[in-house]
Design a binder for this molecule. Structure first.
Ligand SMILES: [Zn+2]
Ligand SMILES: [Zn+2]
Length: 403
């Protein structure tokens, strides 16, 4: 839940040395989505743009408690995560491999503890109707969710609500796609594994869901199952995956109000999230200045009422960027292209202006491509993720928070 922070000025201390480009294409390419009969009573409170911390993590990792996993004990996952600066991890073992009793397997493993890496409680809900991940800051009764997996969505949804968990669709366009109602979700996996090119249909589903009024966070997950074997004798035919797809391919960034598991889950629910190719790739940030006074008022995940006046948007790439590299920023509005911009420099930045429809819903999100970033700890990853750098979550206008 977004807490009641007041909007406040920001950016005062940030020096933007990147090329600031003005909008080349303000054209509205598609009419805003059809109006719903629901009147938006008031926009969600706007959380602070400055009081918080960026945390990076992986939301889909399998340990030895998943039967097909190899060489991947929890201690190895945590030690690796720490070594590459990962802040949080959700170890999501297949619940059907332990009859739903993840509490006495993954969570009860003596290795399931860390002083430095935040560990979320969860599992991959592995059912006949598809796969979903649960994310929780604290233990919950996962067995209840497992036990209702073959019941109707209304019954599943009621249990999910009662458990107070964040539910997320996994690999929505692949086999084992999520076959339940998307109305019971907080997020979906729009970027599964290092193979970005295989996620085009997941992105299409995300845009369909957003266009229908669902405010659903897009997130990443490596779905890594295999670790590097400690000895050559431990190698399996899948061991080669460990050098191509492991923790952080991709990396999901959250802007959390604190460095706690609960704040990570809340940020994920609120959509203050972007996804990058790996832990060292630049982070995509999207902001909006509603009154064009030079102060950003919203960031990705935020939802507000449209005024009918133009809004200034800003995209920034934060972290290590390739100094001479040129990045391409594609802006998506309501599922269609709004414009393509290029940016370079130390902090590549793009600004553009558009007017969200005063009465219908609108959303804006961005996809950034450019020079790949090396990930030496997973040496084959860079080639496989190609030129995909990262993507933002949307900024929303006139979305009903109670949809
Ligand atoms: Zn799965
Ligand atoms: Zn999985």
């Amino acid at each position: 839940m977004i807490k009641h922070f007041r909007n406040r000025p920001w950016l005062m201390g940030i020096i933007c040395t990147g090329a600031l480009l003005s909008c080349r294409n303000n054209a509205v390419t598609k009419p805003a989505s059809a109006r719903t009969s629901t009147t938006i009573k008031k926009p969600l409170p706007i959380a602070s743009l400055t009081q918080g911390v960026w945390l990076k993590g992986d939301l889909h990792v399998h340990s030895r408690h998943s039967k097909e996993s190899t060489n991947n004990p929890i201690a190895k996952i945590i030690a690796f995560s720490r070594s590459v600066g990962i802040d949080y991890v959700a170890i999501t073992d297949h619940d059907n491999h332990v009859d739903g009793d993840v509490a006495h397997h993954t969570w009860a493993d003596p290795e399931f503890t860390s002083d430095s890496v935040l560990l979320l409680y969860g599992a991959e809900w592995t059912t006949t109707r598809g796969h979903g991940n649960v994310f929780s800051a604290k233990p919950y009764d996962h067995k209840r969710l497992f036990d209702v997996r073959d019941q109707r969505d209304v019954q599943v949804g009621a249990v999910k609500k009662d458990l107070g968990i964040h539910l997320s669709a996994n690999h929505p366009s692949g086999k084992d796609h999520f076959g339940y109602s998307y109305d019971m979700l907080e997020s979906l996996e729009v970027w599964n594994s290092v193979l970005w090119s295989k996620n085009a249909n997941a992105i299409m589903i995300w845009d369909d869901m957003l266009s229908s009024g669902r405010k659903l966070t897009g997130r990443g997950g490596s779905d890594a199952h295999h670790g590097v074997p400690d000895t050559p004798a431990q190698a399996t035919e899948n061991s080669k995956q460990a050098t191509a797809n492991y923790v952080g391919t991709p990396t999901t960034w959250v802007f959390a109000t604190a460095r706690t598991p609960q704040a990570v889950v809340d940020a994920l629910t609120n959509g203050r999230v972007s996804v990058s190719a790996n832990p060292f790739a630049p982070r995509v940030e999207l902001y909006a200045d509603l009154d064009q006074d030079g102060t950003m008022d919203l960031m990705m995940g935020d939802n507000t009422q449209a005024t009918g006046k133009p809004v200034r948007f800003r995209v920034q790439l934060m972290g290590t960027t390739t100094a001479e590299g040129k990045y391409t920023v594609q802006v998506v509005k309501n599922g269609g292209p709004l414009g393509t911009f290029s940016a370079s420099g130390k902090t590549p930045t793009v600004e553009f202006t558009d007017t969200p429809d005063a009465t219908g819903r609108s959303y804006y999100r961005v996809v950034v491509e450019g020079p790949p970033t090396a990930y030496p700890q997973v040496p084959e990853a860079m080639a496989l993720s190609g030129n995909m750098v990262g993507l933002s979550n949307p900024i929303y206008f006139n979305f009903d928070p109670n949809f």
